[in-house]
Each structure stands twice: as structure tokens, then as C-alpha cells.
Ligand binder design. Structure first.
Ligand code: NAG
Length: 171
């Protein structure tokens, strides 16, 4: 009597541990989204704004392109302006994106290309070549929207965001 539930549980366990790769193989044209792919390389989805319409990835080299319908810009942390071109590219590997093109950040009055993004523990480092800035990973748990960025339904207090300028303080 009590054996029955146990065998059902172990059946379900085996089924669900075996089934997902099987299903993935069966629907081969159903690619993971660019966002879930980012997560498989240990990056949060929030480094890509909402609106990726397609992407390609060479798994052997990590070279990728991601395509938006339009360019996209928004403010980060209420201070930095970020700008994504309609095509961005780079090389992705676990915890590291290199040779990034198409993403710019405005630091003071200069537009600088973000060329590398590195994850170290709970921090993301954005490098613009001459300097870099680190941000807490939890700021990137959701994708920003073009235009309003992370503050579309702003409930955070603005004052806590003022006075922070890691790009400038790390020069
Ligand atoms: C991109 O453009 C296509 C064609 O105009 C449209 O069907 C699609 O909904 C757009 N996607 C986004 C995310 O704006």
C-alpha cells in the first residue's frame, strides 16, 4: 500500500530528470531565448534590454550577435545613459563577455564603448577600456526597457541612487 506512492514518486523523478533533454531534442527549432542563453553563461538577463528579436551564437567560439528592431537607450542608476545599437556582438563564455560592440555608456560628457562584461561572484564589472565599474548583480535581475530602463515602475527612492558614480570614482 505504501509502496505505490513511492514508486510513483520515483517514476516521476526519473521521468522529469530524463524528459527535458529529450523534449529539447524533439523540438530542435525551438531555440532558447537570448535571455535564457545569457543565464546559461551565468549572466543575469538584465544586461540585455527587452526586445531582442533574434540572435546567433557560434557555440565553439562563443561569438554572438543579438538583434533589436531599433536602437535602444535608457538611464542606468538614474545617472548613466546607456545606448544599445540595433545589432550588438561579442564573444561570450562563462562569466565573461569580450570584444563587445554596439553598447555605449555616457560617462560625464563622453560616450564610451563597453568592451567587456565580467562576472565576479555577485558583482558585474563593465569595462570601457580605460576604466571599469562594478555593479551588484541584483540590479540586473530583470531586463531594462528601452526608454525608461530599470525605473519604469519606479518605487525605489531616487536619493539612494544619487552620489554613486563608480565609473568616475575608479578612474
Ligand atoms: C520587430 O518588428 C517586427 C516587424 O515589424 C514586428 O513584427 C515585431 O513585433 C517587432 N518586435 C519587437 C520586439 O518590437
Amino acid at each position: 500500500m505504501s509502496l505505490l506512492p513511492i514508486s510513483i514518486v520515483s517514476f516521476l523523478f526519473v521521468f522529469f530528470s530524463v524528459a527535458p533533454p529529450f523534449i529539447t531534442a524533439a523540438t530542435n527549432d525551438d531555440l532558447p531565448t537570448a535571455y535564457s542563453l545569457l543565464q546559461s553563461y551565468n549572466f543575469p538577463v538584465g544586461i540585455l534590454p527587452i526586445g531582442v528579436v533574434s540572435y546567433d551564437l557560434d557555440k565553439s567560439t562563443g561569438k554572438f550577435h543579438a538583434y533589436f528592431n531599433n536602437s535602444c537607450s535608457f538611464a542606468l542608476e538614474g545617472s548613466y545613459q546607456l545606448d544599445y545599437k540595433s545589432t550588438i556582438s561579442g564573444y561570450i563564455s562563462e562569466n565573461k563577455i569580450t570584444k563587445l560592440t554596439g553598447v555605449k555608456v555616457k560617462v560625464l560628457f563622453l560616450w564610451l564603448n563597453i568592451v567587456e562584461v565580467t562576472r565576479k561572484g555577485d558583482e558585474l564589472g563593465f569595462s570601457v577600456g580605460i576604466t571599469s565599474a562594478n555593479f551588484a548583480i541584483q540590479e540586473f535581475y530583470e531586463s531594462p526597457q528601452c526608454g525608461c530602463g530599470f525605473d519604469c515602475k519606479d518605487s525605489r527612492s531616487k536619493s539612494e541612487e544619487l552620489g554613486r558614480n563608480p565609473f568616475v570614482s575608479s578612474i
